[in-house]
Design a protein around this ligand. Structure first.
Ligand code: SAM
Length: 345
């Protein structure tokens, strides 16, 4: 009862609606920045509920724009909300919100792709990785052209326990184009199974929350939008460096309709491709005739471990890129290039 009273006391006072603010500050959505706003506070409340309890929480909201989701985060009881917004036009409207929520809203005019979140919150909120997640959440409705590179960057940060994950297993609640949500959450054997499914699921519990129809946004985007919740795993399902996993997964999925040995073979220079691919498949005990979409995370783990073992025994192999070999071949430069040089290229 006391807790619900406290959250109620943290609710924002009456304010102009988000729609009124947009008119007041003439915040026309910029098409080239893929800006689509959510004005329905029931919907932004629903997104915020997916994060779990925000009572007394520290939150980073990415891309607050006119502040609909921002209001919902504050109303849910967040004690410290840091918003990072790239477009300066939104800053005055956010300042109005900040005045309505004294000492609870910090505004950064910046780019989330370069913002150093490891410096954004007090160190005392950190929790050891093996503990419960810290009371720190990342929430955002970002443009699709930012949310996909951002989640890839953050997955690497999860693997390295850096950036927002220097505080522990910080949870994320983010929107994506519906098709990207399907890929992030796809299970083995489904059509949507992809590079993104494996990279996300080997590091996190990934939960598909709900779909927001495109018509709920102003202006309406071409596509529907999915809300996804991520909790970093205490123990990643693959214990190899992120870049090693990423390289195996990228290669195997470049021929997604072929047998998996075809893409995996491209990890090796042409001159030793058959031999090393066979060695890798045997060591991993994975059927080379499986399609990439049929591979489970334990399969990828075994393949990455076998590849890491081969890299240990073949100096320069990890930096080999088959596209580079192709490029050199087209330039006619590698007629006599020794394998070791290709591996070092
Ligand atoms: N959160 C608001 C909402 O739900 O109505 C706005 C959503 S709009 C899809 C995306 C917002 O992210 C815009 O305000 C845009 O200016 C901002 N944005 C785009 N790229 C960004 C970046 N790299 N860093 C920070 N903000 C960004």
């Amino acid at each position: 009862m006391a807790a619900s009273k406290r959250v109620a006391s943290m609710r924002l006072p009456p304010l102009p609606t988000v729609g009124e603010l947009i008119k007041l500050y003439k915040l026309r959505a910029e098409k080239q920045l893929s800006q689509n706003f959510l004005l329905d506070l029931r919907l932004t409340d629903k997104i915020v509920r997916q994060a779990g309890s925000l009572k007394d929480a520290h939150v980073c909201e990415v891309g607050p724009g006119p502040g609909g989701l921002t209001r919902s985060i504050l109303n849910a009881g967040a004690a410290d909300l840091l918003v990072v917004e790239k477009d300066y036009r939104f800053i005055p409207g956010l300042q109005l919100l900040s005045e309505a929520a004294p000492d609870r809203l910090r505004i950064v005019h910046g780019d989330i792709l370069t913002y150093r979140m490891d410096r954004g919150f007090p160190a005392k909120i950190s929790k050891p990785w093996e503990d419960e997640p810290p009371n720190l959440h990342i929430i955002g409705n970002l443009p699709f052209n930012v949310s996909t590179p951002l989640i890839i960057k953050w997955l690497e940060s999860i693997a390295n326990r850096s950036g927002p994950f220097a505080y522990g297993r910080t949870r994320l609640t983010l929107t994506f184009q519906k098709e990207v949500m399907e890929r992030l959450t796809a299970s083995t054997g489904t059509k949507q199974r992809s590079r993104l499914s494996i990279m996300a699921q080997y590091l996190c519990t990934v939960h598909k929350c709900f779909i927001i129809p495109g018509r709920a946004f102003v202006p309406k985007p071409e596509v529907d939008v999915g809300v996804v919740h991520f909790t970093p795993l205490v123990q990643p399902q693959i214990q190899q460096p992120f870049k090693m996993v990423e390289k195996v997964v990228r290669n195997v999925f470049q021929f997604r309709r072929k047998h998996c040995h075809k893409g995996l073979g491209k990890l090796f220079p042409e001159a030793r491709r058959d031999e090393l691919t066979q060695e890798m498949m045997q060591k991993a005990d994975v059927d080379p005739m499986l399609r990439p979409t049929q591979l489970t995370i334990p399969h990828i783990r075994a393949l990455t471990e076998a590849y890491a073992h081969l890299c240990d025994h073949n100096p320069g192999l990890f930096s080999y890129e088959f596209r580079e070999e192709l490029r050199l071949k087209h330039l006619g430069k590698n007629k006599h290039t020794p394998v070791e040089m290709l591996m070092d290229s």
